[in-house]
Design a protein around this ligand. Sequence first.
Ligand code: ADP
Ligand code: NA
Length: 359
Amino acid sequence: EPGKTIFSGIQPTGVPHLGNYLGALRQWVKLQDEAGSDDRMLYCVVDLHAVTMPQDPRALIKSTMETYASLIAIGLDPKRSVIFSQQDVLEHTQLMWLLSCHASMGYLGRMTQWKSKSGMADDANPMEASAPNKPALKLGLFSYPVLQAADILLYRTTHVPVGEDQAQHLEFARELANSMNHTYCRATPPSQTPWEGFPLPQTILSPAKRIMSLQDPAKKMSKSDPDPRSRILITDSADVIEKKIRHALTDSIQGVSYDRELRPGVSNLIDIMYYMDESKYTSVEQIVDGMSGANVTMKTMKNQVAKSIVECLAPIRERYFEIMARRPEDVAEEMREGAVVAGRRARSTLDRLKEAMGL
Ligand code: ADP
Ligand code: NA
């Protein structure tokens, strides 16, 4: 099959923050814009992954819509990329079952995500993970990487853009693909056409862009931080952005200089300014030299940072509110149209595999 198949997923957690955007999502748009005519891109709102943790049903519907609108707003184009919701393509869970029959409990037990999300120790044993004083470890959370492998393999994906935090899960998906290929490519199906197997999906690691909390630059910017001033959402208004940057924690050293160790707050703001429009500058140093040469104060520096964020996010914000102003049924219908296209590809993969398995 010619061309690349690029797949990635995003949890329906609502409007992304600058860390999500610069660290992950902007890469998706870049891949779309650089894609050749033989390449395919599929971007999936992974709502079935979301329910591995407790969710309020109404809030989940709303944040799924917000997530979809955000993907369109940042520049993903439903005419060029297939954008859809996981629950609308039933084959995800079907393939998951088939993969589950090949997934090693021991391998899954060594993964870190179920431990961190269920609040268990790094050396926790899944078989002993239901201590009387703790909520029981749920099967869905434990087997999350199997569903993720199914998401990827279902589309015969060749490339997966992800952050460093997902590299472990990608390795597991390749392991599963290998195991399936090893077992079923040799089997003789009733059609006599041997199964071609899964391509082994390659990781495209997002360029390292760690955006730190505006209130505590020792921590990364995160949606789970209880202080909303610690992050900028890609739909924040100019007023809100200016206020959050003005209140960002910096230091009392005179002037502007870049030092991630000694001046993490200032350096984070300069990084953000650089990342917002990398085409405008040759390097971070260029920004810093310009500011220190002009004896720029902290206040002026913050104004310039806020301005660059506002400029970059303005068109995103505008598109976002255009989409959210549409009738929710129409937006949901547009998502289902993506699922129809994704579903065709998913079905052909699953049909071939099932045939190879004698199902
Ligand atoms: P959060 O920490 O807000 O819960 P997620 O864990 O859902 O974010 O991350 C989704 C994606 O966004 C991941 O691929 C991750 O690498 C990226 N990401 C999240 N926070 C940041 C950040 N502060 N800087 C850079 N990338 C980030
Ligand atoms: Na996280």
